[in-house]
Design a protein. Structure first.
Length: 80
């Protein structure tokens, strides 16, 4: 009984401390998560991910235009 009471007190104290330290608490399909970053840090990370995603799309389009052409390959000097 004493162990149960100590565990309940410990859980209650942690439950009251974590929200004060956390900037964001999410409960989603992957389970609960605690984000300790500030709003500015989260937005900076979001913008960085968005920039990388846009950059990857540009690279993909460039490769598609450069290498996936449907024009026949013409080799000069081989006389095929």
């Amino acid at each position: 009984m004493k162990t149960l009471l100590a565990g309940a007190i410990l859980a209650a104290s942690l439950a009251s401390v974590v929200p004060a330290a956390a900037q964001r608490i999410d409960i989603g399909p992957d389970g609960p998560s605690v984000d300790l970053r500030s709003r500015g840090q989260r937005e900076r990370d979001f913008r960085r991910d968005e920039y990388r995603r846009d950059r990857a799309d540009e690279d993909r389009m460039y490769r598609r235009q450069r290498y996936d052409d449907d024009r026949p390959v013409v080799r000069r000097g081989y006389g095929y």
